[in-house]
Design a protein around this ligand. Structure first.
Ligand SMILES: Cc1cc2nc3c(=O)[nH]c(=O)nc-3n(C[C@H](O)[C@H](O)[C@H](O)COP(=O)(O)OP(=O)(O)OC[C@H]3O[C@@H](n4cnc5c(N)ncnc54)[C@H](O)[C@@H]3O)c2cc1C
Length: 401
């Protein structure tokens, strides 16, 4: 079957990921999902195979240690990689390391690239991104309270974070801290690289999320920083740049998420269609029932809309645009489509959809957070609407491009 959205070269690369997934990832999903010591060893073994097959770190370019060729290329691959919850880990492009690698690549000094980026992209260590705090609304980062105070050549950091994904067992954090509370709101924060073994860093607990505690990469942790001292040389970008860097990180990070979701949506859709054709009730297959047909048609339309929105945003980012409206529009729309398509697929499977006989239950568990992390739906819709309405009030109107 042809695929008009991508070049033959990109589709060829995608074919190599598909072959690897068929041989090594899908057959091992259940074992990896157990999250025990054997699962960790298995992931390491598969990572070695992915490196040998030159499929490692497709999210960053070769000069940063990866095999990437830009956003459109990565979007193409992710329709494959995203199908399995665990494949991003196997190919070394898992969140939040992927986003952290991007900002280290963009803003890191030579020393930071050698000390933090190189081992991160090589898969020797993991990292976490520590921004959200339990006491204040994460949607509005001007409310953040974690403080970084300069004492000579050091930052002294005190604060309380949670939902620091992957903090369990990670080597370092990218911490968003308020360094100048008197500056204008978007110049108050500084991004600081903090080794996880620095005295005063305490991973308090992995916060259970919808009943799932996780292990290592799959945790979402509460973290306390008490009098943590790191050299000022660990400042990522300039002092006061945290909002700008967070924006740089979250823009691409959001579209990375959506790319993976495209794979999840398509897998759920295929499972729904196959089962609808197989399962019989009330004199014929489920595929003959109008409600199921509506779910199939609506899902097909919504998935293709998400694909087209993703390609549009990826192309614009590759051309140098921040694509703020496109990314926000896509992130909030695709998160809802993801949840809806998986939910319809579960419903078609009846009780089986809730078991581990299909990947749908795990996919559903992971999908719900999509409507909240990296900005809740409501905030993204606010961003889109504000920008469009401002453009109208400025007299320019809005041109779909
Ligand atoms: C699975 C998962 C992983 C995460 N990983 C990380 C991580 O690695 N690092 C990190 O720092 N954070 C992480 N987060 C945190 C995430 O980024 C925040 O949850 C998010 O920014 C929202 O902040 P909040 O939870 O404090 O909700 P709040 O900001 O308190 O918002 C609560 C609700 O208020 C509503 N709301 C807020 N603003 C508006 C508005 N303007 N208009 C209308 N309604 C509004 C929305 O419905 C929103 O859901 C993760 C979250 C999840 C669920």
């Amino acid at each position: 079957m042809t695929n008009s959205l991508f070049s033959p070269e990109y589709l060829d690369a995608r074919g190599r990921y598909r072959a690897f997934m068929d041989e090594h990832v899908y057959p091992n999903e259940a074992a990896i999902g157990r999250e025990d010591a054997a699962a960790l060893a298995l992931v390491e073994e598969l990572r070695g195979r992915a490196r040998e097959a030159r499929l490692w770190a497709p999210h960053v370019p070769p000069e940063a240690g990866g095999t990437g060729l830009g956003f459109l290329y990565y979007a193409c691959l992710n329709e494959e990689i995203g199908r399995s919850t665990y494949a991003q880990l196997v190919f070394g492009c898992q969140a939040p390391d992927a986003g952290n690698a991007e900002i280290l690549h963009l803003f890191g000094t030579d020393e930071q690239k050698e000390g933090f980026l190189r081992p991160l992209v090589a898969g020797e260590v993991r990292s976490f991104f520590s921004m959200t705090e339990p006491e204040v609304a994460g949607s509005d980062p001007t409310l953040l309270r974690t403080r970084a105070v300069r004492e000579g050549d050091e930052w002294v950091i005190d604060g309380h974070k949670w939902f620091s994904s992957g903090a369990d067992g990670a080597a370092f954090a990218v911490v968003f801290a308020i360094s100048d509370p008197d500056a204008e709101p978007h110049r108050r924060g500084t991004m600081i690289l903090v080794p996880a073994d620095a005295p005063g860093v305490e991973v308090v607990r992995a916060v259970p999320v919808m009943g799932h505690v996780g292990r290592g990469w799959s945790t979402h942790c509460e973290v306390r920083y008490t009098g943590v001292r790191v050299p000022v040389a660990n400042t990522l970008g300039a002092e006061g740049d945290a909002f700008r860097i967070a924006q740089k990180r979250l823009g691409p990070g959001r579209i990375h998420h959506v790319m993976r979701w495209l794979g999840q949506m398509q897998r759920a859709f295929e499972l729904m269609c196959r089962y609808a054709n197989e399962r019989e009730a009330f004199g014929g297959p489920l595929a003959g029932k109008q409600t199921v047909q509506n779910w199939v048609a609506d899902s097909a339309a919504e998935i293709q809309a998400c694909r087209l929105l993703t390609m549009d945003a990826a192309r614009k980012i590759d051309e140098g645009s921040e694509a703020r409206v496109e990314v926000s529009l896509l992130k909030s729309y695709a998160a809802r489509v993801l949840c809806d398509v998986i939910d319809r697929a579960i419903q078609v499977h009846g009780a089986r959809g809730l078991t581990d006989e299909t990947p749908l239950a795990v996919m559903s568990l992971m999908a719900r957070g999509a409507r909240i992390y990296d900005g809740p739906d409501e905030v993204h819709r606010m961003v889109v609407a504000r920008r469009i309405l401002r453009s109208f009030s400025d007299g320019a109107g809005w041109t779909f491009s």
